[in-house]
Design a protein around this ligand. Structure first.
Ligand SMILES: [Zn+2]
Ligand SMILES: [Zn+2]
Length: 144
């Protein structure tokens, strides 16, 4: 099984993902936009068993962006790393921008488009959801 690798900007924090990524969404929520400093965050869900830190775990800082979501980032370079969810403890959120070795991964939807930046236009034909498209579908696909 081929592995996907991810790392932060300063390369202190590195991780490996085995298996295939769960659903990939472009998240337009205001928190993801601020966290990434970008129009949206492209992120995948994976099962925690697929994830392994390779280095730099002691460089992690964390921020609870809501009661449900904790966002981990590199304390040296500030790169977004993983997200964890209190209501879905078996799931991690991963930013695709940090990954290497992706071949056929493609976003499947835009989510939280109610919070989309006014200066950004969605020009593809992917489905758009005003909020989260549903935990049930996401968790089921993550488990595949
Ligand atoms: Zn770093
Ligand atoms: Zn978001």
């Amino acid at each position: 099984m081929s592995a996907i690798h991810g790392k932060c900007l300063c390369e202190a924090v590195q991780y490996r993902i085995t298996g295939s990524l769960g659903p990939i969404f472009n998240c337009h929520c205001s928190k993801c936009r601020r966290w990434h400093g970008a129009a949206f965050r492209t992120r995948a869900s994976i099962h925690i068993d697929q994830f392994q830190w390779l280095s730099g775990e002691n460089q992690l800082s964390r921020f609870d962006s809501s009661d449900n979501v904790t966002r981990y980032f590199c304390r040296t370079c500030g790169s977004p790393l993983i997200s964890t969810y209190r209501d879905r403890p078996q799931v991690l959120g991963i930013p695709l921008g940090a990954l290497e070795g992706l071949t056929d991964a493609q976003p499947q939807a835009h989510i939280f488009t109610d919070n989309k930046a006014s200066w950004h236009q969605i020009t593809d034909d992917l489905p758009q959801y005003p909020g989260w498209p549903g935990n049930e579908a996401a968790v089921r696909k993550t488990a595949d």
